[in-house]
Design a protein around this ligand. Structure first.
Ligand SMILES: [Zn+2]
Length: 621
């Protein structure tokens, strides 16, 4: 088999100098592709193979990055043709490298809301969707009928001397299944008013107001937008059901709907006060959400070397794809560069005699990283027998701009004791004298190495820094530094050699692992206000049900870890508050201060458990 392979490689190599040297060559190659249908034993075609030789070269990188971030895959978006086809192509490349095994790992991803059927009716008058009202895309399903109440800004803060939820006698208003109508945002108050404090940012948030309304007996919540661009009108409120559905049916209504219901034209410029009585007639509001699920694909290859150590070389293959107005986010640096690195290393090691390799290798190209590390989380949660074997994971994410800063940033450095020794770093320096690299904690929780660290696998993250083109359509292949990529490819090889020679197999990972720096507990759902407590979990964004808050990952040394919580635990109660989803969880958490101990009830493998958890301060973490 090896022999046949080298003959094929020879055939390819004669072509490579002609056809595989960069963009121009790529264009020529496309033109000539008809003439180049040279099949190997797997019946693949030469034009599918960028890797004419097994050396790490800037030409290979250039070919790959142009290929991956070109028209063919249009930004490798989840659920888009380019995303699916690029996965298939990568699998073909893995197969072409004759890895021991390679496969696609499929998983479902919730993209968002496809559509919401919705009706709003007051007494006998039906309102028109998208003219008088619009459901919010992360609304709960529901069919609600009840009296409407207007609650001003929906703020219930006695400490701030502003409570829209008390009646004229100062008693708490209970809507008893009615529908709350509230103004969005915060009132325009004097600078020294307590509501002006930064700590109160959450009070202006739609999700927070919804929770306050629910707490006061509302069965649905409608909002009036008062922004100066379109006061009293409809706007696109943003947000996504991927961060969890709302706990109630929610929507926007125009000020005309308000007038119709309350027979009153409010003065929307003044700080708005709540009405102390419900509408005369019944308001009915219904919502029916259709969710948009797509299939995503991790591309996995295994190269057995008969060694006792096993490494992962990985990176995310997806990018943001093509948006609704047709703009393509090419993602050349993010992360065609790292994908090319994984492919180039897979090619390199697969053609090296097994005994010379530093270990067995898994090559992993993750999907849906841009949506919150979904692919790598899926892999690490669903392949325990592989996870068990791993000694080290190397993550390449955005490695294409070395020339920008002349610096390689290395994250994950707290994930193993061996990275703490000066000797390790001086040896790495000696092996790479021409390169500049430094330890960094930037992005520690924000890329695909993090789920591995979570599971106790030491991991490193290599990247060349953020730039102005990051997550814009201007991240194009012409701006990528291909000489730098070649250097980073070689640097990775020296790093893996060094780790293989330094690391005892199954070196116990350091207990001192850097905590997550972002995306914990859905910061998107509610902001981290001043005193907000640290719990230390990440949501499983693939979960959209209302049967509890499903944990996707736990931060090291966090209150959640100390309390013994794990990924896949489903939290159903905090103290006496029932938790149906992420929004409920965030709201419940917001009530407790650092240092307070809460009871957390959760389900693990169909069994209910309860633990005490002492919240810590976000600042101290
Ligand atoms: Zn990105």
């Amino acid at each position: 088999m090896k022999k046949i392979l080298s003959i094929i490689l020879l055939t390819l190599m004669t072509g490579c100098s002609l056809f595989f040297s960069g963009k121009d060559a790529y264009e020529r190659q496309v033109a000539l592709s008809e003439e180049l249908l040279v099949a190997d034993e797997h019946n693949h075609h030469v034009e599918d193979h960028p890797l004419g030789d097994i050396e790490i070269t800037s030409e290979d990188f250039e070919w790959l990055v142009y290929e991956l971030s070109g028209e063919k895959y249009s930004g490798r978006g989840i659920g888009q043709e380019g995303g699916v086809n690029s996965s298939k192509q990568m699998l073909e490349w893995f197969e072409y490298f004759h890895l021991t095994e390679s496969w696609l790992e499929e998983f479902e991803v919730l993209l968002g809301t496809k559509s919401v059927e919705s009706e709003l009716k007051y007494d006998s008058k039906s309102f028109e969707k998208e003219i008088d009202f619009s459901p919010i895309n992360y609304t709960a399903d529901g069919n609600v009928e009840g009296k409407a109440w207007f609650l001003g800004y929906g703020i219930a803060e006695n400490e701030s001397d502003w409570n829209d939820w008390v009646d004229a006698e100062g008693n708490k208003i209970n809507l008893e299944g009615g529908i709350a109508i509230m103004a969005l945002g915060l009132p325009d108050v004097e600078e020294d008013h307590p509501l002006n404090l930064r700590e109160n940012r959450r009070l202006g948030m739609l999700r927070y107001k919804t929770q306050v309304a629910k707490e006061h007996g509302a069965s649905a919540a409608l909002f009036i937008y008062l922004g100066s661009d379109n006061p009293g009108g409809l706007i696109d409120i943003g947000g996504t059901i991927r961060w969890g559905a709302s706990s109630l049916p929610i929507g926007l209504v125009t000020s005309e709907v308000y007038t119709e219901i309350f027979d009153d034209a409010a003065d929307w410029d003044k700080p708005i006060k709540s009405k102390k009585s419900p509408s005369e007639n019944t308001l009915s509001f219904s919502t029916k959400v259709e969710l948009d699920y797509v299939t995503a694909f991790n591309v996995i290859g295994y190269l057995d070397s008969g060694k006792d150590k096993t490494f992962v070389v990985g990176g995310h293959k997806d990018h943001m794809g093509t948006n609704s107005s047709g703009e393509v986010y090419w993602g050349a640096d993010d992360n065609a560069s790292g994908t090319a690195g994984v492919l180039e290393l897979a090619n390199y090691y697969s053609h090296m005699p097994a005994e010379e390799r530093p270990g067995n290798f898994y090559f992993m190209l993750f999907d849906a990283e841009e949506m919150g590390l979904l692919g790598s989380r899926y892999f690490t949660n669903n392949n325990p027998e592989i996870m068990e074997k791993l000694d080290f994971m190397l993550n390449l994410d955005m490695v294409g701009r070395y020339s920008d800063n002349e610096k390689i940033l290395m994250g994950g450095i707290n994930s193993s004791e061996i990275f703490e020794s000066d000797e390790f770093w001086s040896e790495l320096t000696a092996l790479n004298e021409n390169l500049n690299f430094e330890k960094s904690t930037f992005g520690d929780g924000r890329s695909d190495h993090a789920p591995f660290i979570d599971k106790g696998v030491p991991a490193m993250f290599i990247f060349t820094g953020i730039h102005d083109d990051y997550h814009t359509p201007a991240d194009t292949p012409d701006k990528v530094d291909y000489e730098g990529l070649e250097e980073i490819g070689k640097f990775s090889i020296s790093l893996l050699d060094l780790i293989a020679s330094t690391m005892e197999s199954k070196t116990p990972h350091s207990e001192k692992v850097a905590p997550y720096t972002g995306e914990e507990e859905g910061d998107e759902v509610m902001p981290a206000d001043g005193w907000r407590s640290w719990f230390g979990s990440m949501p499983d964004y693939a979960d959209s049900g209302d049967s509890g808050y499903l944990i996707g990952g736990i931060s090291k040394e966090s209150p959640a870890e100390k309390a013994g919580l794990q990924a896949k635990d489903r939290i159903i109660k905090i103290n006496t508050t029932e938790i149906k989803n992420l929004e409920d969880f965030m709201y419940a958490l917001n009530k407790y201060k650092p240092g307070e101990t809460i009871k957390v009830k959760f389900i693990r493998e169909n069994q209910e458990y309860e633990v005490n958890l002492t919240l810590e301060s976000r600042q101290d973490r």
